[in-house]
Design a protein around this ligand. Structure first.
Ligand code: HEC
Ligand code: HEC
Ligand code: HEC
Ligand code: HEC
Length: 503
């Protein structure tokens, strides 16, 4: 709605607009006039940086759209924001640890969970809300030791999760409450009471970090007085901020591809934040965090900030205001990172796990390469035409053939019994690309007569690689129709006068 309003305003100030025969009717004035100012307090500035539904994504996302994200770029962005001197608080709304619903295996999960916790700690994470999916690896104690919060889960003993936490930085105190998705023994409406009682200490602003879902969020936003905002994650979906009665609900995109920055100016008592858009607020945020401004000499920049500070004090008197910005973690944030040693350890651990997985065993080995050619030459020929036969090339284009995070799905038998574990192109050798046995399973010794047979190829086979992160558009029927085996298996293809295939 606001977008429309601004577009229309822009049109009216456009000189060409006089040529229009009829002026469109303006929508009703936006409701900001309704916000009452509170008692005036000294201005406190802060930024809350938040992520959610990171789901174990450690590296820049490989495929195939929006190649953003990764902890190294996240660290670079947060360093940039922290360098402005405005107090920075870093939070996560939950679903942080486990890779997609089709994680390749359990060992991967535990290696990944521990690495994500280490990386999060190294990227200034102050607190995060535990989600049910975070419970899988390592148990509650691991989460408790790493700052996980959950006000609406009943936990006790040494492994108990704290309901909330107050963090003080640069003279600003903020309170953080964790709100977890429904657990069987706590009805969701108890969330409101849980949040209220978690807000026990005084703070300049209280934020709820939530993976509890839209219904609970709306209820808490409306029913808990004095809450600044709800910072929420909805997994793969991200809606625009919801402004209703009470605290606004702000969502962040998943998979760690973006960081949502909530630039906040508090000049009254703790209360719901008034979300502002564009205009002067963007200028103010840009002055402090913008890339152009960063290039200015220090004195010039300090002067800009001083001027803005005066402007801000006028604008914010008696208000609690926030400007929400979603920053994509793109190439401009690349560079050497203090996280490099942690990331190197993570890759090492993945490779170790793959070595353990592919250790010699009684399982059939992968025959690889041309082993199928003698008897299934037709299939081999047709396979050569689809993308599976060039999957390692795709990695090479991204310079990622040495990354065990990527190699698994772009080769055959990585970390599998009877397979291989290497990230050097020469060592990958015959296991390169998505070959016959990536789908049919290891078949060394198969000759069509003996006991070694293909394992059934089902949708689940495809989804070990075509998961929600790396193949968001995957649809079994239409994808199956495109690969050569099933094309060959469909006789009507060759039959003259047959119905044309629908794709
Ligand atoms: C020595 C010849 C020979 C080689 C080499 C061979 N196959 Fe076969 N394969 C056959 C024959 C013959 C059948 C047909 C069996 C039947 O119809 O019952 C067959 C059947 C299959 C099937 C159907 C399901 C099954 O398991 O019976 C698949 C899938 C298959 N082969 C994949 C492969 C792959 C992958 C390779 C390479 C790793 C390979 N084959 C190598 C001869 C061979
Ligand atoms: C879980 C399995 C998986 C992992 C891990 C993975 N990929 Fe992929 N990748 C895929 C699949 C599946 C596709 C095809 C997606 C589609 O077309 O729907 C793909 C496609 C791609 C493409 C596009 C290929 C083309 O020709 O258009 C690139 C590039 C790529 N991946 C790079 C990477 C990089 C870099 C990494 C590591 C950060 C990585 N992948 C990790 C499964 C994976
Ligand atoms: C991307 C996954 C995938 C790859 C890679 C793949 N196949 Fe298949 N293959 C399938 C599917 C799916 C079918 C059809 C469904 C079925 O019969 O299980 C199939 C069917 C077959 C069949 C016929 C089985 C039957 O019962 O009629 C043979 C033989 C076969 N594939 C051999 C190969 C050979 C040889 C290669 C390598 C050149 C290969 N496949 C690569 C997925 C794959
Ligand atoms: C071992 C991992 C793996 C498995 C298993 C797998 N794929 Fe793929 N698939 C990939 C990768 C990686 C790509 C991207 C290859 C590229 O374009 O470079 C891809 C690409 C594709 C494409 C686009 C290919 C093209 O020619 O543009 C289709 C369609 C596809 N896969 C279908 C399937 C289906 C159907 C199955 C299951 C029967 C399957 N895949 C199983 C890894 C896998």
């Amino acid at each position: 709605m606001y977008a429309t309003f601004f577009t229309l305003v822009a049109c009216l100030s456009d000189p060409d607009v006089s040529a229009l025969p009829v002026l469109p009717e303006l929508p009703p004035k936006r409701p900001s006039a309704v916000v009452e100012r509170g008692p005036e307090r000294e201005l406190r500035e802060l930024v809350v940086a938040f992520t959610g539904s990171v789901r174990g994504e450690v590296e820049v996302c490989g495929c195939p759209t929006t190649p953003y994200g990764g902890f190294a770029r996240r660290a670079a962005l947060l360093d940039r924001v922290a360098a402005t001197g405005v107090p920075l608080f870093v939070v996560d709304a939950g679903e942080m640890l486990v890779k997609g619903l089709t994680a390749r295996d359990e060992l991967d999960r535990s290696v990944r969970a521990q690495s994500v916790l280490d990386l999060a700690a190294a990227t200034r994470l102050d607190a995060w809300a535990a989600a049910p999916t975070d419970l899988l690896p390592g148990g509650l104690g691991l989460l408790a030791r790493h700052g996980a919060l959950a006000a609406n889960w009943r936990t006790s003993g040494a492994d108990a999760l704290a309901p909330s936490r107050v963090v003080e930085r640069g003279g600003v105190r903020i309170g953080l409450v964790g709100l977890a998705a429904d657990s069987p023994d706590v009805p969701s409406l108890a969330a409101v009471e849980a949040v209220k009682s978690a807000m026990a200490e005084p703070a300049d602003a209280w934020f709820v970090l939530s993976n509890a879902g839209p219904d609970v969020n709306r209820e808490v936003a409306a029913q808990v007085p004095g809450l600044a905002a709800i910072l929420a994650t909805e997994g793969d979906r991200t809606d625009d901020p919801v402004v209703g009665a009470g605290a606004p609900i702000v969502e962040t995109p998943g998979r760690g591809r973006y960081v949502t920055l909530v630039h906040t100016w508090l000049a009254t008592d703790a209360r719901p934040l008034e979300l502002v858009e564009r205009g002067i607020w963007r200028d103010v945020a840009a002055t402090r965090y913008g890339r152009e401004v960063e290039a200015l000499p220090e004195e010039v920049r300090a002067e800009e900030v001083r001027r803005d500070r005066a402007r801000l004090a006028r604008l914010t008197a008696g208000r609690a205001v926030a400007y929400v910005e979603r920053v994509p973690l793109a190439e401009d944030l690349d560079g050497a990172s203090a996280l490099d040693p942690v990331l190197a350890r993570f890759r090492d651990d993945l490779l170790q796990a793959a070595r353990a997985g592919s250790a010699p065993s009684s399982a059939p080995r992968y025959a690889t390469g041309a082993a199928c050619a003698a008897c299934h030459g037709d299939r081999l020929a047709s396979w050569g035409f689809d993308g599976h036969a060039r999957a390692l090339e795709a990695l090479a284009r991204r310079g990622a053939t040495g990354d065990p995070e990527c190699v698994g799905c772009h080769t055959t038998g990585f970390g599998q019994p009877g397979g291989f574990a290497a990230v050097d192109v020469a060592a990958i050798g015959a296991f390169r690309d998505v070959q016959c046995e990536a789908c049919h399973g290891p078949m060394s010794g198969h000759d069509g007569r003996g006991a070694v047979r293909s394992r059934p190829v089902t949708e689940a086979t495809c989804r070990t690689c075509h998961d929600e992160a790396n193949s968001p558009a995957f649809d079994y029927a239409s994808y199956l129709a495109k690969i050569s085996c099933s094309r060959m298996a469909a006789p009507e293809d060759a039959a003259p006068g047959a119905e044309p295939r629908r794709e």
